[in-house]
Design a protein around this ligand. Sequence first.
Ligand code: HSE
Length: 436
Amino acid sequence: MKPIRVGLLGIGTVGGGTWEVLRRNADEIQRRAGRAIEITVVADKAVAHARKIVGRRARVTPDAFEVVRGPDVDIVVELIGGDTVAKELVLEAIRNGKHVVTANKALLATHGNEIFKAAQKKSVMVAFEAAVAGGIPIIKALREGLAANRIEWIAGIINGTSNFILSEMRDKGLPFAAVLKQAQQRGYAEADPSFDIEGVDAAHKLTIMSAIAFGIPMQLGKAYTEGVSRLTQEDIRYAEELGYRIKLLGITKRAKHGIELRVHPTLVPTRRLIANVEGVMNAILVKGDAVGTTMYYGAGAGSLPTASAVVADLIDVTRLITADPEHRVPHLAFQPDRLSDIPILPMGEVETSYYLRMQVLDRPGVLADIARILADGSISIDAMVQKEPGEGEQRVDIVMLTHRALEKNVNAAMKKIEKLATVVGKVTRIRLEELL
Ligand code: HSE
């Protein structure tokens, strides 16, 4: 059989890895796919750099549109990133009947509905394993391996940069800003580092997983997004003392009245496996009603790990290219005409447990006032620690863990607590999940 012809858009970190993996494992890939997979053309603005990598083994062009329209390409691999030019290129590739493999989480989370609709119309595949958690085959697991299950929830460490920052802050006691610099030097950070530290990158990946897990459209705009940029040493230390570790989690959950879709720092019991995932590694827990809790761990970024996912998609598309479109795995795991309109819950309607830290004047009755406000909001205290005041200090830190409560009740209680004359400044709130 003739080789499958691939047009590669972008030969940077992941593109270079894809080129290498396809060459290095060419024999095994051919044995798996049933035919050879060859990159025949590479589009990259840095033409000289691209030529240096591919030599005479592929054509190089600065014009990506030429590739997506070219008659000599069966599959387009989009590794340009962003959601402007990449969107035009992907839609143009689809219009020209090309199958698409992309690692572009921002693009899919933002414009996935439009892209999948266009792909369905043209009966082409859009594969995106590399868009979520790099080398971890989580899309395959959710869409196929767990297809028997009613998915209950997903909770994942899906931004390596944030996890690295939290690990270093805890291990080395370094402040946030110093660690961020190191993370950027490691080359994992997004082009816009605020995407990592404000939770946006994790929200992109979570939105994609949520859509596949629950059979709902992509709804990035409804994701609650809070990153690690405001976390302090104090909270990391207090959490440790209480038996918890703080992780930036992407959580999506089937609740009574809708779907929760949220990214935020989260206290997780230290004894959980996921609490011990350190540095830039990623891990995702998926709870299915039949299988129970499963966990997927691995490199969430980097040249070869991400290429592993891109090439797996290329093999999948190659295997299915002659299959009747009806018999392919649907893009969002569920048949496109069977997507659910179950709503994404606003954050106020989310129910979880909480870590609350406040600074109070060490006077009689302070605790009673706070406890009363919490009780009025139906918020039950699970544990409480009062820190010793420093020498000559009037102020003490109080840390409370609550049982599960409605977020809007916690918001209202926090406001009331902050108004007490005996409470200094703002209440720090971090959500807590047992992940059972
Ligand atoms: N910036 C991302 C991370 C890269 O830190 O995990 C992979 O998407």
